[in-house]
Design a protein. Sequence first.
Length: 698
Amino acid sequence: MSFAIRTLVFFICVFLITTPVTISVSDEEVLLRVKKSLKNAAALASWKAGTDPCDMKNQWAGVVCSNNIVTGLRLGGMGLSGEIDVQALSQIPGLRTLSLIQNSFSGPIPEFNQIGALKALYISRNQFSGDIPSDFFTKMGSMKKVWLSDNKFTGPIPSSLAGLPRILEIHLENNRFSGEIPEFKQKTLVSVDFSNNNLQGEIPAGLSSRFNSSSFKGNPGLCSIQVLGKPCQEMVSSGQMVGKSRNNKISSAPAATNDGRSSNNISSPGKETTAVAPDVDEGKAKNVSIGMMAASGIILALMLTGIAILKRRQEKLEMMMIPEDPSVMSGGELSGRRSGSSVRIISGSGRRGGRGGDGELVMVNDEKGVFGLPDLMTAAAEVMGDGTMGSSYKATMTNGTAVVVRRVKEMNGVGLEDFDLELRRLGGLRHKNILTPLAYYYRKEEKLLVYEFMPKGSLLYVLHGDRGTTHSELNWQTRLNIVSGIAQGLGFLHEELHPYQVPHGDLQSSNILLTQDYEPRLSNYGYVSLINTANAAESLMAFRSPEALQFNQVSPKSDVYCLGIVILEVVTGKFPSEYLNNGNGGTDVVQWVKSAIADGREDEVLDPEIAVDSRCSTEQMRRLLRVGEACAESNPDRRLDLREAIRRIEEIVHAADGGEGPDQRSTYDMPSLRDGYAHQVEEGRGVAAVSDDGKSLH
């Protein structure tokens, strides 16, 4: 063999030895390894070798896919335990969301930081314990949502958590974290909870200026005048710094000696003394003691006065709203428009834009200005009608903002802290097709929810209650745009509220409000966890879906069923009997349309008021009718996927706008799905094929 050939063979061998071999591992193989590492994995029976995790017909339980790529795992409430194989998870390139909420995992936190592209981590309500390394989140720069609540974590909060540039939500409540809260300077934060830990020190200014006391309760060592009304250091009139001694007696701060060290007079245990610096003579010490006693007396008097004021305030708030005519409380079912009856809102007092607590109006969204309980109680109001969860009133604030106040009695089982957390979470959402709550008022017996007033009222009223100008303006193009907005808003909620059992839960035309330009705004969403379980079936539309009525089960697909009902209602113009608890009255739009489609009689069920509109396309109406029928499929496994429903609706919109064929844009390229807050915080970033949090819209 010549020298040249031997040299060539040598370099080829070196190349083969030193070049790493890359083995492509399928998502199926990786997930089966994850399953093998778990105990009590009966809930993952659908995870079988030889099947596709993203198969729409036989999709694996808890697996979220986008474009046939695994982007998320939602394994909450499955009774899982064991040591999850994080190394296997790290081999799923598209994984963006991991939810293990409410399982039985224990021990130290797994090395989830191996999954560098992860954007949302939910491991609440397990038995994880021990310290979390300070640098745990250092390499997780994409992380947006961290939920570690209701575990047994100890030690300081990882400093790397405060360094996440895109963080939106941090929930560490109900653990045993200790030490000080790191400084969080990110303006992206919309929800935090450090309550019920062993934290101490001053609440950082970046948090105290944005979040209320419920986010920090249950930490006796924390202090903040602004949030907790608890100073970190107290001053006496003499100008000396004082603090609390171990026996809760106020004592002066140690004075510095000539060499710079502090010094105290120390008495024997059990004796109460005032610690005085050695260079202070006895007479001055006596003056200090007398001054402190006088200050204590003043403080006590102020406390007693405050208690008396609070008691009188509570008496004034015995009734928040009293109808002048009791008969208006039995108002009709076509809610969303004022009835003309007036309401007297009684006088009282309350802090403007209060910071949480029983008996205060708490702002959760100040985009329409800040107002307080006095503004609400002195405003004249009009009764708008009764809904499934209570009465609604319209009131105009002193700043000119018109609001709707909903009086809700179906949430009496939820505590203040949970209620505050949920309302603040909902108040942080931003999308042009959802109506974000502005404020709330909490009492054990009832709750008030405050929303922006929508001038056109509800879709229910415009379709079935109003036969004037507003109804005549409800032509085909307007209806199609309304349906498109509803679907886009629902898609956003399914993306942002994906840990919820059912993200909206009460989608029906009475909860779809219209702006002056007929832009739909979804309301009454995210209430499933707040409604008393016994009343859910009567109060929430999702609990009237076929799977809820037959098997007492609801899921995100229950929202898709509700979307189908709304679409059929819009296209046919009929009031659905599905909205009624007893089913008596209205039209069973699902069976009516299903039968018409089977017999080729679609044109017979189209609303004649728009079917004769020369500007509309009957074929477009038929296509939308079929989308509604597919969404309202009784079997949830055969029900249309929400992402697919949105895509089909957008194709019809595109055709109605003069498009020559189906719109080939990705769902995530549609502007209305980019209007959410999570997308706005990343200025200049392009839209990827996978959603911002890696979650599928279904």
